[in-house]
Design a protein around this ligand. Sequence first.
Ligand SMILES: Cc1ncc(COP(=O)(O)O)c(C=O)c1O
Length: 449
Amino acid sequence: MSAETDREPCAAKRGPLPIGRAELDSESGPDGGHTGSSATQPEESLPPLTDLNGRKTAALEQELARLRRENLLRTRRVMDGPQGVRPVVNGRRLLSFCSNDYLGLAAHPAVVDALHDGVERYGVGSGSAHLVSGHSEAHQRLERDLADFTGRERALLFSTGYMANVGVISALCSRGEHLFADRLNHASLNDGAKLAGAKLRRYPHCDVDALERMLGANGATLIATDGVFSMDGDLAPLPELARVARESGAWLLADDAHGLGVIGNGGRGSLDVLGLDDREVPILVGTLGKAFGTFGAFVAGSSSLIETLIQRARSYIYTTALPPAVAHATSAALALSIRESWRRDHLRSLIGRFRRGAAALGLPLIESHTPIQPLLAGDSLLALEWSQFLESQGVLVTAIRPPTVPKGSARLRITLSAEHQRDDIDHLLSLLARLPRRQHASMRSKENA
Ligand SMILES: Cc1ncc(COP(=O)(O)O)c(C=O)c1O
């Protein structure tokens, strides 16, 4: 969303918290117990299975039963046909508000054509790791495109965003060093600290004062933050974090998985919105499976940073390169995303329409001006009940529950796409107005996220 969408990042120090957000200070070393696959790694984690008992299968079943009982069991839906706002789910066409395909490029004909063309040229598999014989001309070109797009010397492709974060953190932090991370960061940023054996210290969400207090005499090797927070949709206070990083001599890493392509001029993300450059935020992580509609991820930065990652990032070195045809298609998607600014403009107008409508209904939205518009339920069962009600009406919005979000902050993570029309938003609002407000204990839980 171009200049007119510029937003204040979340207040560096907050007043009262929105409903149900666990924002406790915490410290967790490499063995500190924040395990699991959660997106934001709240303090609540899955118990180690070895604690259950020696009978392994029984132990697994016992734990699964607990998750089911507590409405925390996650299940998958089977999608048929291309990604889009009207997918076929379990044989039924639904109106979807829960994909990260923010610009509607995942099944765009030009991107599909580019993938076909890439397969013709390069075949399917890359055959090996980048450092062996898997690095093709298509990867090289996409890295150049991404460096140009982000205004940095170089970019390095990773197979996923998870691997990019784990790779960059484990390459730059050593055992015992301190990594400071926003409490609502994506799980992969925390997992990188574990791989490195670094000490992970999580500061309350967007609370720069608390970060400074925690930094104290310790010093930090790296401060890591989401640019746009994946489950809340708000922006990190990057200018303040850049100041703290400069003063403490730490690297600053921004993972802008949900900002790039979506906000800022030409979709240049949170840093563009906040007027920051590579001196202030030297490490920029982006993903390609969200707004750009394809797959993969990258780190952009100085030549020396990228060369270091090539030498040291284990999740770069010890894995097969992503298929070159995907890189080829991503170059086309990136160009399309920059060129077709109407997608960001349209998205911005849909976000405004949704927020105005939700405010009129008195719905508990989080302060977010990105396509991520979470509706807090608090309780997991209530979030499931909301999701099931919407699905019964033909609308797909998955319930997001702990441990993906902190305990007590289960929600519908509503996401908007440039493929939505105004009528779709109005239809969603008309259903949200009818959401069950109370939890019915008798309701049979049918887990879905
Ligand atoms: C902020 C953030 N970083 C990284 C990732 C991981 O990216 P990928 O899905 O490419 O592994 C995600 C989501 O998946 C995310 O939300």
